[in-house]
Design a protein around this ligand. Structure first.
Ligand code: SAM
Length: 390
């Protein structure tokens, strides 16, 4: 009997993929294996003055509500790694809405003012609007509502926009990497059309979301020729377009420096078509550098975490889908807050664990990116963005 052989072409592609994108499964911390946060012996009243080893203060929290996504963006969740064998988290491993709300409320007593829900694709988490409603009740230490925002690929925004608004979501960021369908489909790798994302943005505007941000990841040689078309499309629409340098997050996206188009080049290209001038940050620690059109038709932003790093003013912590606290997007270790939450610790104890974890923070990955980070991480893979939250 003839033995079945893989078609030669398939075998060649698989071989190439193996080389370019090593299989790095599992890419998350296994149950109960995260670093143990230290509560300390002397409990102190929660306050927002904790500074880390580099003088940074905790102000923002990003929460990944699911590690699943319906896109397979080649720079984030490439199909070759995130396939049907990928070990996504089981439901019991996810933080529940009650646990997320409790943790957020503890972080708010420590000076956190801004919460971003992300993932994975956050709108895939069932009844997300119920969580938003719960989070919308939490106040900052100054008695104001939290700045509650969400990043989405926009694919089901038409369906969800009204419920998100009614639940109390204040702001939205939608990701879109180009206007050319062929390029966008190649990047999302699930054949998703541009028109449906634009329709999601329109739906959000219809229900009253203002100053929606659109994130475009710029990959040199892939979608950089879409920069000016994107600027032209959103200019004057009230939408704030932000260009993100392709980053070496995770361990599966085959990143290399040659695919990074520096933000100064993005600005130069747009400026040539539509003159721009720089404007100041909205608040200290804002990741985007802001520019406005000289003709008054709006603003854009650039996020240059590769070529103009901003580690020195980073005020963000991240909570992964399964309750690990990460201090840096490029980290390879998280602190296991889920176990603390599930082991009967009080809010005061957990708040002290957060303060101690933040106080010991010393990372500045982007500032030492290159040979030093390669050594730093040798043998240790970075966690994936879909798990830690983008
Ligand atoms: N699914 C949601 C979305 O598509 O916006 C939220 C999660 S996604 C990980 C959050 C943001 O991270 C998106 O704007 C995405 O484009 C960006 N992102 C993912 N991988 C990236 C990379 N390697 N470099 C730069 N940005 C990246």
């Amino acid at each position: 009997m003839a033995v079945w052989q893989k078609p030669r072409f398939t075998a060649i592609i698989e071989n190439m993929v193996e080389k370019a994108i090593p299989r790095v499964i599992p890419i998350r911390i296994d149950e109960g294996k995260g670093l143990k946060p230290s509560i300390g012996s002397q409990l102190v009243t929660p306050h927002g003055r904790t500074q880390d080893m580099r003088g940074r203060t905790l102000r923002d929290l990003r929460i990944s509500v699911t590690d699943r996504c319906n896109f397979r963006c080649t720079y984030c969740m490439p199909k070759e790694v995130f396939d049907q064998n990928y070990p996504y988290l089981a439901h019991k491993e996810l933080l529940s809405f009650e646990e997320i709300t409790r943790l957020t409320s503890i972080f708010s007593t420590l000076g956190v003012e801004k919460i971003r829900l992300t993932g994975g694709e956050p709108l895939l988490r069932k009844n997300l609007e119920v969580l938003i409603e719960m989070l919308a009740q939490i106040q900052t230490t100054e008695g104001k509502p939290l700045d509650l925002t969400l990043t989405t690929n926009g694919s089901i925004l038409r369906k969800k926009a009204a419920a998100l608004k009614a639940a109390g979501l204040q702001r939205l960021t939608v990701s879109l990497d180009g206007l050319d369908d062929a390029i966008f489909k190649k990047m999302n790798d699930v054949d998703f059309p541009v028109a449906d994302v634009l329709d999601g943005i329109a739906a959000a505007q219809e229900v009253g979301f203002e100053n929606i941000k659109v994130n475009m990841v710029v990959k040199k040689g892939t979608n950089d020729h879409e920069i000016v078309a994107m600027a032209k499309h959103f200019k004057g629409s009230g939408v704030i377009l932000r260009f993100i340098e392709f980053m070496d997050v995770g361990s599966s996206n085959g990143w290399n420096m040659e695919q990074v188009l520096p933000s100064r080049e993005v600005i130069a290209r747009i400026h040539q078509a539509f003159p721009l001038e720089p404007i100041g940050a909205n608040y200290s620690g804002e990741v985007a550098q802001r520019w406005r059109y000289v003709d008054g038709s709006g603003e854009i932003g650039v996020i240059s975490s590769v070529t103009q790093t901003f580690c020195h003013e980073c005020t963000r912590a991240r909570i992964s889908t399964d309750g690990q606290m990460y201090l840096c997007l490029f980290a390879n270790e998280g602190f296991d807050f889920k176990t603390l939450l599930r082991s009967g610790k009080s809010d005061l104890e957990i708040a002290n664990a957060v303060m101690n974890t933040w106080a010991a923070r010393d990372d500045h990955y982007s500032e030492i990116r290159g040979s030093q980070t390669a050594n730093l991480l040798s043998g240790n893979r970075k966690v994936e963005m879909s798990y830690i939250g983008g």
